[in-house]
Ligand binder design. Structure first.
Ligand code: F6P
Length: 384
């Protein structure tokens, strides 16, 4: 398909938008395809053409644009990942174009290159599906008059401004299934098994999957833990007949006065720190302090994989429809959010550099977990 390039003066008011671009940025997440499908079908229903942008903002930089129609978004509702591909390294304002003589990445501002692609394909508005990094990356386009509507995605559920992001419920379900499964070995061999779950600096995934699986200990980034308290729980439970302990440990958890364990740093990523390793460290410490056999398992990307659960498909469809409705109403540069059970919207970059974290003193889930004797390693819950 060829198009006449569009100049800025050709752009029509948003309420009369004729063609949009849609992209998925950041890490993949169950439900991305469900949003792409909802956006595309809603747009086509209202006579708006949809162009898919491949691999997030990289597709704009490299002019990789594909038209989306009923056929291309058919049968993708239940599919994990994203049919468009994604990238968490393609920040248009700070894009690595290669390595310099010193072996370090050389960065260039590619926003004008992206604008050329946008104009070439006569894209009048963008639907950007991603986390805070993707929303921040949309800002230079909003500043240049391209209406950017954001749809919040992350399995961490830590995006500021929304109570829920799609993908989270599937990740909780995946993590819970794994936690349920390790019970078999832990119980048979009277071991402690530490399961490290994702979530970065937010403990939502660990808190929800820990409660859902009946984990005996839940370690969150928001509640620095004391190993003595964790070991007390392990030892108390070991005294029972066939005693064992399951620990759901967030990758961002850290001991009181200690630091998070960083697996590696990816310089070219806008979010360079990759956490990981705390589960193994906790298991080793428990075994050496208590003599009780302790093992660890890192769930990793298993949590992001597979078919989205029904609730995520519903949420993704609602978010996709809401994004298109906003666009048709002429709202500009907004992020679709869920607040207290209702769909709403906030300014698209308002989520940047802020995270929604568990509030240990007031979150009713923490209180509920304590009421079933869950240990958070802070000495406040005592197993009996
Ligand atoms: O933000 C989602 C997430 O899965 C985090 O929970 C995790 O720390 C990170 O992404 C892993 O990123 P990557 O897939 O780039 O290793």
């Amino acid at each position: 398909m060829t198009h006449e390039p569009m100049s800025a003066s050709d752009r029509v008011p948003m309420s009369g938008v004729r063609r949009i671009g849609v992209l998925t940025g950041g890490g993949d997440c169950p439900g991305l395809n469900a949003v792409i499908r909802a956006v595309t079908k809603d747009a086509l229903f209202h006579g708006i053409e949809v162009m898919g942008i491949e691999d997030g903002f990289a597709g704009l930089i490299e002019d990789r644009i594909v038209p989306l129609d009923r056929r291309t978004v058919g049968n993708i509702l239940t599919r994990g990942g994203t049919i468009l591909g994604s990238s968490n390294k393609a920040n248009p304002q700070h894009y690595a174009i290669g390595l310099g003589d010193d072996g370090k990445p050389v960065y260039r501002d590619m926003v004008e290159v992206c604008m050329t692609t946008i104009d070439l394909h006569r894209i009048e508005a963008l639907v950007v599906i991603g986390g805070d990094g993707t929303m921040s990356a949309a800002k230079p386009f909003a500043d240049r008059g391209i209406n950017c509507i954001g749809v919040p995605k992350t399995i961490d559920n830590d995006l500021w401004g929304t109570d829920l992001t799609f993908g989270f419920m599937t990740a909780v379900s995946n993590a819970t299934e794994a936690l349920d499964k390790v019970h078999t070995t832990a119980a048979s061999h009277h071991r402690t098994i530490v399961v490290e779950v994702m979530g970065r600096n937010a403990g939502w995934l660990a808190l929800h999957s820990g409660i859902a699986s009946g984990s005996d200990v839940i370690l969150l980034p928001e509640i620095p833990f004391e190993l003595d308290d964790v070991c007390h729980t392990v030892e108390t439970r070991a005294q029972r007949k066939f005693g064992f302990t399951i620990i759901c440990c967030s990758e961002g958890a850290k001991p009181k006065g200690g630091k998070q364990i960083v697996d590696r740093v990816i310089e070219t990523s806008p979010d360079p720190v990759r956490l990981g390793g705390v589960g193994k460290w906790v298991a080793n410490e428990i075994e050496s302090r208590t003599g009780i056999e302790s093992r660890s398992v890192v769930l990793g990307h298993v949590q992001r994989g597979g078919v989205p659960v029904a609730a995520d498909r519903v949420l993704a469809t609602r978010f996709g429809h809401a994004a298109m409705e906003m666009l048709r109403m002429g709202k500009t540069n907004r992020l679709v959010v869920m607040q207290e059970g209702n769909l709403s919207d906030v300014e698209i970059t308002s989520a940047a550099d802020k995270q929604r974290l568990v509030q240990p003193d007031t979150d009713p889930l923490v209180e509920a977990a304590r009421s079933v004797y869950t240990c958070f390693g802070d000495g406040l819950t005592k197993v009996v």
